[in-house]
Design a protein. Structure first.
Length: 267
């Protein structure tokens, strides 16, 4: 049984249950604004995220400042100390890399362990009041002469049955949850792209999708804003690719946009 002041461990902030209300949540999700809103919406006392390599325009920790403005203490764990998507590892050996002002007021600081930070945040007040809705975007692009639609979704959780066989560009990190290859993407796209969240396990969806015959790549966190599919598409530079993607012409170091335009028009 969880101790009353022990943090809730959630590999994904999208999977919080009612037990998160009033608790400190330590989550394997990146610390972007949408993830921060989910923590605030769930009524958490405080939240600790993965910094996802921080990345372009500091998108991997953008939710910390947002939570400062909405009354919640928050911190982020260095992705080099604990894998993104693995809350237990973040609690066991994660090292804090960034904190917001509200968390700092309770003694949380860079260099602390994840479990210590969570213990300190148990003294933070529970935020009150309603907050505006932060939504994730979905957009579809149909190019002239294309054989496939380009589907932009800020979160891989937004993929739908109608996206099977299409090109799916996400803002999500590329880490696989658990051992089930279906967790990599719920439907069989022709091609999928993710953010590498600084590398390491941030590319582990790629072999899982390879086993399902799906071409997949990641873009570097430094090149594209994590959580933002439009940035993945327009700004992303391919950092890793599975063999199926390479066989279809993807190339490490190229702009994802160029790769996707070619793929959309292939038979």
């Amino acid at each position: 049984m969880r101790e009353p002041d022990a943090p809730i461990l959630a590999d994904s902030i999208t999977r919080l249950g009612p037990e998160a209300a009033g608790a400190v949540v330590l989550t394997g999700s990146h610390g972007g604004v949408y993830a921060a809103w989910l923590a605030r919406k769930a009524g958490c006392r405080a939240a600790i995220f993965n910094d996802a390599g921080v990345g372009r325009e500091e998108a991997g920790i953008g939710g910390l400042a947002w939570l400062d403005a909405h009354g919640m203490a928050a911190a982020a764990i260095d992705h080099r100390s604990a894998d993104i998507g693995d809350a237990a590892a973040m609690a066991e050996h994660g090292i804090v890399s960034h904190v917001n002002e509200l968390a700092a007021a309770f003694g949380v600081k860079a260099g602390q362990g994840g479990a210590e930070a969570a213990h300190l945040l148990a003294a933070a007040p529970i935020p009150d009041g309603e907050v505006e809705t932060v939504s994730e975007a979905r957009e579809e692009i149909v190019l002239e002469g294309a054989t496939r639609r380009i589907v932009l979704i800020d979160s891989a959780s937004l993929v739908a049955a109608r996206d099977a066989g299409q090109i799916v560009i996400t803002g999500s990190h590329g880490a696989l949850f658990g051992d089930n290859p279906m967790n990599a993407l719920k439907f069989d796209a022709a091609f999928a792209a993710f953010n590498d969240a600084g590398g390491g396990v941030g590319v582990s969806r790629l072999p899982a999708l390879q086993g399902r015959g799906i071409a997949a790549v990641t873009v570097s966190a430094a090149s594209a804003r994590i959580g933002d599919a439009r940035s993945t598409f327009e700004d992303g530079i391919v950092s890793a690719a599975n063999p199926t993607a390479l066989s279809r012409g993807a190339s490490i170091g190229e702009k994802l946009h160029d790769c996707v335009i070619r793929l959309a028009r292939m038979p």
